[in-house]
Design a protein around this ligand. Structure first.
Ligand code: ADP
Ligand code: MG
Length: 441
């Protein structure tokens, strides 16, 4: 006991990002006995409760470098994909003064699993990982793309190759619409550089879920599964958003299905990372489709999802600093994941008008009365007078834990009633579709 206290490593940690995901990560990191100081760049009004916000954009590597040196920071945890895709891991590795700093997140090469849909599809093909059939096209191959579309059955899935803030995927009901969308992407550069290449793939029918692992590049820990709700309206209607809610666990992801996920998807992915010499220490998000009990990969993300993070982190009982230390030292096989049996339901409170135009700067009241739920700030900021103001489309994530999905829904929706700001909007049906779900097969 004495020895373990004596040798306990205390860390200074920098967390990059500013959303609900980062607020949940900051909350969890702040509970660790291994944490000394926590910085969040740039953070939000919620993360400021758990550490010091620093007004540095998450992609300003020079400023981050200076912050790390000035404050003796030992570890960086990267929330969003942009700094990873821009090569923050490689930037730190290159410079002797900072090359020893551990970063939770993959190299630029590894981040291509998210930043290039074509790279991800090629990786899955090379490593025998089930995914929808596809071909990739550039502006030079439009006739071949038309032939490919004509050889397929509707609907057609067209994906901009690069990062497009969750807007780069278009599903078309008929071939003409698909060809027109293709022209918009390739010729009119609808998504800029991101749509210089377009992946066209088969449509998969099924029910979606998100699986997460933390990997040191060789070993991995399976984190709780989640289902997210992307559309703005109840019953999955209206425009796509960054995510309006999440539920964990996913009751149709039973043992039989999860065994298939591990054998057909998780293990081959980690092996592929090794075979292809990808430097990867961080989270992997697997967007999966359950097609009649068989899992297919829709996409990889190289970080945790938002709002799934706000539903899964409260269910993880491990010390995150310890888990990250083991990740960075390649000893994740020594860790065991401890997951609470409780359900979690997360509901996002959004600004009226989101995902279209919306106003910011409204005062948020009542959340201090919340007792039966966790609040993770997303788009918030503190006014000079000290009140909390709306500062984005997705304003707050409210998570309730409970013995059953029904109870979680009851708690979360009761608590949300207490929170007020002008124009507040949220979905009323998060988790409703899973209440009476009959497992597939
Ligand atoms: N092959 C597919 N079949 C059916 N639906 C798909 C397919 N690919 C993507 N989708 C749908 O489109 C959404 C967005 O696609 P995804 O590849 O996750 O892109 P991104 O998250 O980068 O926008 C998915 O969550 C899924 O609902
Ligand atoms: Mg996606």
């Amino acid at each position: 006991m004495f020895a373990s206290v004596l040798f306990q490593v205390i860390m200074n940690i920098l967390l990059l990002g500013s959303g609900g995901r980062e607020c949940a990560l900051a909350w969890k990191l702040s509970q660790s006995s291994h944490l000394h100081n926590l910085w969040i760049a740039p953070g939000n009004a919620g993360t400021a409760q758990y550490g010091s916000n620093v007004a540095i954009p998450e992609n300003d590597f020079e400023a981050i470098r200076q912050l790390v040196i000035d404050n003796d920071i030992n570890m960086i945890v990267v929330g969003p994909e942009a700094p990873l895709a821009a090569g923050i891991v490689d930037f730190f590795k290159k410079e002797p003064a900072i090359s020893h700093i551990g970063i939770i997140g993959p190299s630029e090469h590894g981040a291509m699993l998210e930043s290039s849909k074509d790279f991800a599809k090629g990786f899955m093909l090379r490593n025998n990982i089930p995914t929808a059939g596809y071909k990739t096209f550039t502006i030079a191959d439009i006739p071949a793309a038309h032939d490919f579309i004509d050889s397929m059955h509707p609907p057609y899935v067209l994906k901009a190759d690069g990062l497009a803030q969750g807007k780069g995927v278009v599903i078309c009901d008929n071939a003409d619409e698909a060809k027109q969308t293709l022209a918009e992407m390739l010729k009119n550069k609808k998504f800029g550089k991101a749509s210089e290449r377009v992946v066209i793939e088969e449509f998969l029918r099924g029910i979606e879920l998100s699986i997460f692992v933390l990997t040191d590049g060789v070993n991995y820990l399976l984190l709780p599964a989640a289902k997210d709700y992307k559309r703005i309206g109840d019953d999955d209607t209206g425009l796509n958003t960054g995510g309006m809610g999440a539920v964990s666990p996913v009751n149709f992801a039973d043992e039989v299905f999860m065994k298939k996920v591990e054998e057909r998807i998780l293990k081959p992915t980690i092996l592929g990372i090794q075979k292809e010499n990808i430097d990867y220490k961080g989270f992997i998000f697997f967007g999966l489709m359950n097609c009649n009990g068989d899992p297919y990969v829709i996409e990889y993300n190289v970080r945790l999802g938002d709002p799934e993070t706000e539903a899964i982190i409260p269910r993880i009982e491990n010390d995150f600093v310890e888990m990250f230390q083991k990740t960075l030292s390649g000893k994740l096989h020594e860790a065991r994941i401890e997951i609470s049996e409780k359900y979690a339901v997360t509901v996002i409170l959004a600004s009226g008008g989101y995902p279209g135009d919306y106003e910011k700067g409204f005062e948020i009241n009542g959340f201090e009365k919340i007792k039966e739920a966790l609040i993770f700030h997303a788009g918030t900021k503190k006014s000079d007078a000290g009140s909390i103001l709306t500062n984005g489309g997705r304003v707050m994530a409210v998570t309730a834990l409970g013995e059953t999905l029904e109870l979680c829904r009851e708690y979360v929706y009761n608590e949300i009633e207490k929170i007020h700001f002008q124009g507040v909007y949220y979905r009323k049906d998060i988790g409703k579709d899973l209440l009476h779900f009959q497992p597939l097969e």
